[in-house]
Ligand binder design. Structure first.
Ligand code: IMP
Ligand code: MG
Length: 180
């Protein structure tokens, strides 16, 4: 399989060390906020699992993990806002403190839809941590409770994020510029 663009041509936006440092900070903040309360983490597949895997190893909390998988219709790089659940939660979240783990908040369409789906299951509380946030792109009224990095309006790949399912394995976050 050929990459759309060779990895060496992709500019590094966040290197692995910077990400690791920030993930530990987020974990400390979350651990302090949920002290003594069991927490259910819900990772959104596929983009968030690398972040989730690193984050949970620094959480000083009693946690359990579940996953929700979603797919958006339309093209690869832009959210159409039309989302469907392709793998539902395995366990009920009713009455639980739930922290959704997202890779990136862009327009906000995806999370607005997800929030509705999850709130219908009546968690005790529902918060979201996102590794990346593109606030300038937001069209729906959603915000994250914990943000790793606010980034400009560029398309990024790596550390779990993909373009056409590629580049998820990069240890850093890199910019994929549109080909002219
Ligand atoms: P939203 O619905 O526009 O907020 O988009 C959220 C989803 O779009 C994310 O979960 C990603 O799957 C995808 N996405 C948005 N921006 C990027 C990006 O820069 N790189 C990779 N995926 C992205
Ligand atoms: Mg994606």
């Amino acid at each position: 399989m050929n990459y759309a663009v060779p990895v060496s041509n992709l500019e590094v936006l966040l290197d692995a060390e910077t990400i690791a440092h920030r993930v530990r900070e987020l974990a400390r903040e979350i651990s302090a906020d949920y002290r003594d309360r069991p927490l259910r983490l819900v990772g959104i597949l596929k983009g968030a699992w690398v972040f989730l895997g690193d984050l949970i190893r620094h959480l000083d909390l009693q946690i359990t993990v579940d996953f929700l998988s979603i797919a958006s219709y339309g093209n690869h790089s832009r959210s159409s806002g039309v989302v469907r659940v392709t793998k539902d939660l395995d366990e009920s979240i009713e009455g639980l403190d739930v922290l959704v783990v997202e890779d990136i908040l862009d327009t906000g369409h995806t999370f607005e839809y997800l929030r509705g789906v999850l709130e219908a299951h009546k968690p005790r509380s529902l918060k979201v941590v996102t590794l990346l946030d593109k606030p300038s792109r937001r069209v729906r009224p959603v915000r994250a409770d914990y943000v790793g990095f606010a980034i400009p309006d560029v398309f990024v790949v790596g550390y779990g994020l993909d373009y056409a399912q590629q580049y998820r394995n990069l240890p850093d976050v890199r910019v994929l510029r549109p080909t002219p």
